[in-house]
Ligand binder design. Structure first.
Ligand SMILES: [Zn+2]
Length: 316
């Protein structure tokens, strides 16, 4: 139990996107998520130095999930600590840290499934592998109910919050009820303007659980996400805003579910050669003009998720 703990949000920038890492100032200092490979020297080390903190002193590298914009910088941080920091990742996504090929496997199953041009596929795969500093054998693979002790009676409890990805977890500071949910909460979507949801049934359940059962006092997210008006919001949320951010995420989910149902209840269209593949009519209705050939892009991942949920082929 503790009264407070200093958290330093670190915005890791790459291209037009940014992802947040969080330094947690405890007797055994921790960093939650790490940006991409360049983030270690470009953002993490200089920001910590400005606060008088040496990256070498980090003792825990905690990863909320296996996406490259969260685990890509882990190798660099780990190296800076002389490989002394303990590396922690959800059990269900440990393969993504230990083997880069697993990132490619996932890409091909999700976004890549709808990218028919092999040159674009190759470009995406090259980007994915550049964004990861290196592979690591994790020290600890966590699951629901586990606790990580950071010294001084400060502990983080692991809550499984799948949906954005199959194995996403939220780290909750015990006693304070501050939740590091990262991408498990998506509001109305990030940079691309759509939430990234691999498995909607799981996502809905996770958001409801955060809203009704966990009820965090603070919520630390992985990116700035948009509100109902498309305005980018802060990635660090507290007080009454927490419930409205979670409710907004549920509202957007309900709306996407309805959209996909209306368009695809009679099956996928036979003609699907355009930029948006089988989801062309949906892109048209929502006025989506993003280019799904850009990486990262939520469009195909999310459409695939809701379509699989509709036809009942998805893990519940
Ligand atoms: Zn993610």
């Amino acid at each position: 139990m503790t009264n407070s703990v200093r958290v330093i949000p670190i915005e890791c920038k790459f291209g037009p996107i940014s992802a947040f890492a969080y330094y947690v100032d405890t007797p055994e200092p921790a960093i939650i998520d790490t940006g991409v490979s360049i983030s270690t020297v470009q953002d993490l080390e200089p920001t910590l130095a400005r606060h008088g903190i040496r990256i070498e002193d980090i003792r825990w590298i905690l990863l909320t999930h296996g996406h490259v914009d969260h685990l890509g910088g882990a190798y660099g941080v780990w190296e800076k600590t002389g490989r002394q920091a303990k590396v922690v990742i959800p059990k269900k996504e440990a393969r993504l840290l230990r083997d880069m090929n697993e990132q490619i496997v996932d890409y091909k199953l999700l976004q890549g499934k709808y990218i028919t041009d092999p040159t674009i596929q190759e470009k995406h795969i090259a980007m994915l592998t550049t964004d990861i500093g290196g592979t690591i054998e994790p020290d600890l693979e966590v699951a629901e109910g586990d606790s990580i002790h950071l010294g001084g009676n400060i502990a983080l409890k692991v809550i499984e919050t799948p949906g954005h990805s199959i194995g996403s977890v939220t780290f909750v500071v015990e006693g304070l009820n501050w939740a590091f949910a990262a991408d498990a909460v998506q509001m109305y979507g990030g940079f691309s303007g759509l939430p990234t949801i691999e498995a909607p049934t799981l996502y809905r359940k996770s958001i409801r659980r955060l809203l009704e059962e966990v009820r965090p006092k603070k919520l630390f997210l992985g990116h700035p996400f948009r509100d109902i008006n498309g305005e980018m919001q802060s990635a660090q949320i507290e007080g009454e805003q927490v419930a409205s951010v979670l409710q907004a995420s549920l509202d957007r989910d309900a709306n996407l579910r309805d959209l996909v149902k209306r368009h695809l209840a009679n099956g996928l269209p036979s003609k699907q050669n355009g930029l948006y593949g089988p989801f062309e009519s949906i892109a048209e209705e929502i006025g989506y003009t993003g280019d799904p050939r850009n990486l990262p892009c939520a469009f195909f991942v999310t459409m695939n998720g809701y379509h699989e949920e509709l036809i009942g082929s998805q893990v519940k």
